[in-house]
Design a protein around this ligand. Structure first.
Ligand code: GAR
Length: 198
């Protein structure tokens, strides 16, 4: 199974997937890592693991269509596209092309707190429990069918940094798990629901 991973920055979720493959837990190959920004840690992590890595700098493209066309050039052989901290909204056309084989991880318990500032929004609202969600991507924002979630307690003295660090520990567990389920053919999408087969 051939994976492509799209990132925008640090790439710790990417690293958790690389590590899971290297430990032999996940039987898949990362064909390419693509970032939308130059000089980000995700590119270094891919290079260090010997994975082809490409920056498709959004700043060099006047439209989202052209930007996505460039990304698509690298995805013709790919079975599963994984968004790992990729901070851009993909077009409905792109999403349709990879329907059922495009995954994202979001740092809250969806459908609560979608969007780009989940931890800030969680703390401002005052919820006692947050977490992370792996889901298939549909044409909405953070709205697709949910594959796995993990909950994390929100502490009174949490900051965005402390909460994010604890949520990331869970992200690094459930993202490789969700990908493994996909690779093993154990995920069945039925409307809004994702059934996990035995
Ligand atoms: C992760 O917390 C991921 O859930 C989040 O960005 C972070 C990326 O960290 N994604 C989103 O907020 C998507 N809306 P990383 O670059 O270290 O993997």
């Amino acid at each position: 199974m051939k994976l492509a991973i799209l990132c925008s920055g640090r790439g710790s979720d990417l690293q958790s997937i690389i590590d899971s493959i290297q430990r032999g837990e996940l039987q898949a190959e990362i064909e390419v890592v693509i970032t939308d920004k130059p000089n980000v840690q995700a590119l270094d992590r891919a290079a260090k693991a010997g994975i082809k890595n490409i920056c498709v700098d959004r700043k060099n493209f006047s439209s989202r269509e052209d930007f996505e066309k460039e990304i698509l050039k690298n995805l013709s052989e790919i079975d599963l596209v994984i968004l790992a901290g990729f901070m851009r909204i993909l077009s409905p056309e792109f999403v349709k092309k990879f329907s059922g084989r495009l995954m994202n991880i979001h740092p809250s318990l969806l459908p609560s707190f979608p969007g780009a500032h989940a931890h800030r929004d969680v703390l401002a609202y005052g919820v006692k429990v947050s977490g992370c969600t792996v889901h298939f991507v549909d044409e909405g924002t953070d709205s697709g069918p949910i594959i796995l979630q993990s909950a994390v307690e929100v502490l009174d003295d949490d900051t965005e940094e402390t909460l994010s660090a604890r949520v990331l520990e869970q992200e690094h567990k459930i993202y490789p798990q969700a990908i493994k389920l996909f690779v093993e053919g154990k995920l069945k999408i039925e409307g809004r629901k994702v059934k996990i087969l035995n």
